[in-house]
Unconditional design. Structure first.
Length: 239
């Protein structure tokens, strides 16, 4: 395949996961390579994009080190997409390719127009609106948040939009990708998804006790967001 690359975000030393990636991608004609992930637990200081007190006030909780590392890793991938000026599939290293994967990529790159970012995997089933029909594959618009960031295809202009919108990091990466009110980038999707994560194990395993924000804490968060919308020229959670 030409005019496309794939970057697989993976922590150094993840030998078993990387071997599984090789077994998946070496069966394709896709140019790909590993991109060293940021290990959040090894960060000595918070990056300039992350302000924990403000995050806790507006989100209701702080991001975990692994969530922060995940976001920074994807930012590295977006920057490489921009620098190389080439359409890029961004993978996390916990995926399985389904038989129609290459057909899907060919469909997107040769038959579809009008997209900047396309989700190739999702965690939640949501209603979908068909945008363009192909042979057994459809370009669709998700009606709702499918979330998940294991695999998506972006063009350089979309990667730049995400970089510009993430000068502050304040929510998990998969939620940020769905945050249209912030970055105004529409992620379309493919039906059926060509990438699966069934049976894969996540490396973001440090948030098991996180509960939904309720009661007084939720009220305080709502007030803080309202003030941020009123006082900030670039609010984190615009209406």
């Amino acid at each position: 395949m030409q005019d496309i690359q794939a970057l697989v975000i993976s922590l150094a030393g993840s030998d078993a996961r990387q071997q599984k990636v090789r077994s998946e991608l070496e069966q394709t004609s896709l140019p790909w390579r590993f991109l060293d992930a940021v290990r959040g637990t090894s960060l000595k200081d918070n990056p300039k994009e992350y302000k924990p007190e403000k995050v806790k006030r507006l989100l209701g909780f702080e991001l975990t080190p692994n969530e922060l590392g995940c976001f920074l890793s994807h930012k590295k991938a977006w920057q490489e997409c921009v620098d190389k000026n080439i359409a890029t599939i961004v993978f996390e290293d916990d995926f399985f390719l389904l038989p129609h994967f290459e057909k899907t990529v060919h469909f997107l790159m040769t038959e579809c127009k009008g997209w900047s970012a396309v989700r190739l995997q999702g965690l939640s089933e949501v209603p979908q609106e068909k945008i363009q029909a192909g042979e057994e594959i459809n370009l669709v618009r998700n009606i709702g948040d499918a979330v998940g960031a294991t695999a998506y295809l972006i063009k350089p202009e979309a990667a730049q939009i995400l970089l510009d919108a993430s000068t502050d990091i304040y929510e998990p990466l998969d939620h940020f990708l769905e945050h249209y009110q912030k970055h105004h980038l529409e992620f379309l999707a493919i039906n059926p998804y060509p990438v699966d994560i069934t049976g894969a194990q996540t490396t973001i395993a440090d948030r098991p006790g996180r509960l939904p924000i309720r009661g007084l804490a939720k009220l305080k968060r709502s007030v803080s967001r309202a003030l941020d919308r009123w006082l900030s020229k670039n609010p984190w959670f615009p209406s």
